[in-house]
Design a protein around this ligand. Sequence first.
Ligand code: ATP
Ligand code: AH0
Length: 366
Amino acid sequence: MLKAGPIWALGAMSGTSLDGVDAAMLFTDGERILEFGETGYRAYDEEERGLIRDALGLWPGDPGVEAAAEVVETAHAELLSQIAGADLIGFHGQTLAHDPGGRGTHQAGNGSVLAEVLGVPVVWDFRSADVGLGGQGAPLAPYFHFACAKRIKAEAPVAFLNLGGVGNLTWVDPSRSAPDAEGACLAFDTGPANAPVNDLMRARRGLTQDEGGALAAQGQADPAIIAAFLAHPFFYRIPPKSLDRNDFHALLQAVSHLSDADAAATLTRAAAEAVARGAEHFPLPVSQLLVTGGGRHNATLMAHLAALMPCDVLPVEAVGLDGDMLEAQAFAFLAVRVARGLPTSGPTTTGVAGQVGGGQISRPGV
Ligand SMILES: Nc1ncnc2c1ncn2[C@@H]1O[C@H](COP(=O)(O)OP(=O)(O)OP(=O)(O)O)[C@@H](O)[C@H]1O
Ligand SMILES: CC(=O)N[C@H]1[C@@H]2OC[C@@H](O2)[C@@H](O)[C@@H]1O[C@H](C)C(=O)O
């Protein structure tokens, strides 16, 4: 049994950009954020990243998946064992494949293994129940974004934009009482964010990212490629909607004949255009777009967003939040919601028919 009232939960996320694992402590009752706590990061080394990359697109039982899951579990065990004081752990794992309308969703890493190793109850497998009930299974951060809007005392609608490998947007009306209240949230994936430009930098320069957006800043975006990209049926779908990391593989092929700088410029502009397209779905305008995730360090991407959006575009640090840790904090928050029987997704965040409490709990010694 969990203690009554707020508890310290430790959340961990291994994101689609495959850089490593983020972990963060959060003091919460699953409704309010009472305190932010210790954070940690554990990078994957090249060999580990290779094993995960080789398993992208694969499903449980496929060759290579066990090896990737072991990497994920080991990295999490190493990182999480260094952060003391958690009553509960929220373990997202590593998404290897995501096909909500088809085969389902697959996060590598077994929470019951971590519960044994760490001796703390672990909430994991956050997305399957939502997908099983017909939802997108993503994004799941939105109910946490609602709590963030309350925490920063927002008085009017705001939007949170996560620029990871894939982008996702949450529109929040902080005047509502809870994230599952009518009209409180609208959330969806926007399109590819950093993944295509990372893949380009790796293929052409052997680098992991376009540092600061410097290469993109030297090139010209190709308007015909951007127009073809925005004609993709994904942009005509009414949200909620979600994406797999490689759903926009054609975009990378489309820039193959361009110079390095023009290709980076095109992919970076495309990511920003996708966000602006997504923002057209907001129920009411926002005064601030609060940006989290690694893409907020890409000055070229941020400049495109500022030019395209009819509101202020700010890193979440401008309102006192930690943009490197928001996703890890989200899974700490969601773990407490699961343990307390509160929903983690609903019709306006994943398109599922009703409110869903995703996630299973593994307790040590069970
Ligand atoms: N200084 C920087 N300059 C340019 N890009 C950066 C910088 N720092 C981070 N990024 C980009 O942000 C990415 C990491 O973002 P983040 O950690 O938010 O992704 P993630 O959590 O793995 O992905 P997701 O949210 O899709 O699961 C890097 O791979 C890189 O593309
Ligand atoms: C299936 C999956 O893992 N999706 C991730 C990914 O990374 C960003 C975007 O695509 C979002 O849908 C989600 O992650 C965040 C943490 C979420 O669920 O809110």
